[in-house]
Design a protein around this ligand. Structure first.
Ligand SMILES: *Cc1c(COP(=O)(O)O)cnc(C)c1O
Length: 374
């Protein structure tokens, strides 16, 4: 398929940088720690397959995805490494996971009982790999009640249709300077874990932020590494990353049209921008349908190492920028990433939009062609 390759708008992904990010963090973790690369949402927009393969090459043991479809996409592409679905899978679909060797998160006895009943009708005997999710304070999914958790452990240990593969929790504030809530969650997690006679092979509690700022509090053998693997700071700007993280993605395009705009002429929908004097104006073949938010109207891009203001509203597929001087069609433009000595980071875009770097990354749409540097 050549879709998207024919307009010079690209998301360039540096897989070497991804591997450097993984290795830098792995070195800082206790020896023997396992890493699960979090590749949900098309690997935070960077491409599920390419990122998963690169992460495995850098020493990751397996992957975490959000939904079963993402796990099956990996299996369809021939990736057989351990893959955990972090969200709740409908119990009627769970046998598909068992068959594909995909691990599922379970957060209630009710779900296990339903699967137990369904499994009576199965003619084959591939156990479903289960990770019991503990809600230590995130309030999203998982066991909150210790007794129910113990009943679940018993069920997965005693019934042959289950394999007890993992237990985990997720933190709500690991990226915050205030540790109080984090400490509460650690305490709750330890209550759950400490009450088990035997731990399953995968015990995991750390996301990127926990891996960066709470390393000495990790009582687990596995880290779920998400945003930090892509080279971004999980806290945005609140805490400084204590390891070298390199952003792996550069969003770029080239000028597709250039003209001199006469003083008094206006630009784009709503004619909100009017040239004060004669100026050079470039049109770029990228817009909000590519995941460059319309709310970045008034922001800037990088042309030849200069910041250039966006002129008028960002359109669905195109946008206009004011040039400091004439540049020809084909001149490279960086919307996120480095150009010369300057950079526009995902945090810069997030600040302007009023969101977090995660959302900027995951919004870059499939229409933008991904180019991989290995
Ligand atoms: C998304 C997610 C992660 C990864 O989070 P990062 O902040 O990107 O490291 C880890 N664990 C769970 C349960 C998640 O949903």
């Amino acid at each position: 398929m050549i879709t998207g390759r024919l307009r010079n708008t690209e998301y360039v992904i540096d897989l070497q940088a991804l591997q450097d990010n993984i290795r830098a963090q792995r070195t800082a973790l206790p020896t023997g720690s396992k890493i699960l690369a979090v590749v949900k949402a098309n690997a935070y927009g960077h491409g599920l397959l390419a990122v998963s393969q690169a992460a495995l090459r850098a020493g990751a043991t397996g992957m975490c995805v959000a939904i079963l479809d993402e796990a099956l996409e990996l299996r369809d592409s021939g990736v057989e490494a351990m893959t955990l679905v972090l969200g709740i899978t409908p119990v009627e679909e769970a046998n598909v996971a068992a068959e594909a060797g995909v691990s599922l998160t379970v957060g209630s006895v009710d779900w296990l009982e339903q699967y137990h009943r369904l499994a009576q009708q199965f003619t084959w005997q591939k156990p479903l790999k289960v990770h019991l999710g503990i809600d230590s304070g995130m309030g999203r999914i998982g066991f909150t009640d210790l007794d129910e958790f113990h009943r679940a452990v018993k069920m997965v240990e005693q019934n042959p249709e289950f394999e007890f593969e993992g237990v985990f929790t997720h933190f709500a504030t690991a990226d915050s300077a205030d540790d109080q809530y984090f400490e509460k969650q650690v305490h709750r997690w330890q209550e759950f874990i400490g009450s088990l006679d035997q731990l399953p092979p995968y015990v995991h509690m750390a996301n990127s932020a926990t891996g960066l700022w709470h390393r000495d509090q990790i009582t687990a053998n596995t880290v779920r590494m998400g945003i930090s693997m892509y080279g971004y700071n999980p806290s945005g700007r609140e805490l400084k990353a204590n390891l070298p993280l390199k952003p792996i993605g550069t969003l770029k395009t080239t000028i597709c049209f250039v003209k001199q705009l006469k003083a008094g002429r206006s630009v784009s929908y709503g004619a909100t921008y009017t040239a004060a004097k004669d100026e050079w104006l470039a049109t770029l073949p990228i817009g909000y349908a590519d995941g460059y938010p319309r709310s970045l109207t008034g922001f800037k891009v990088l042309v030849d190492g200069h910041y250039c203001d966006i002129a008028g509203r960002v359109c669905m597929d195109q946008m206009m920028v004011r040039l400091p001087k004439y540049y020809p069609v084909g001149t490279p433009v960086v919307l996120m990433g480095k150009s010369g000595n300057l950079a526009i980071t995902a945090e810069d875009l997030a600040d302007k939009v009023g969101t977090i770097n995660y959302e900027i990354l995951t919004n870059i749409s499939n229409r933008v062609h991904r180019v991989y540097h290995y």
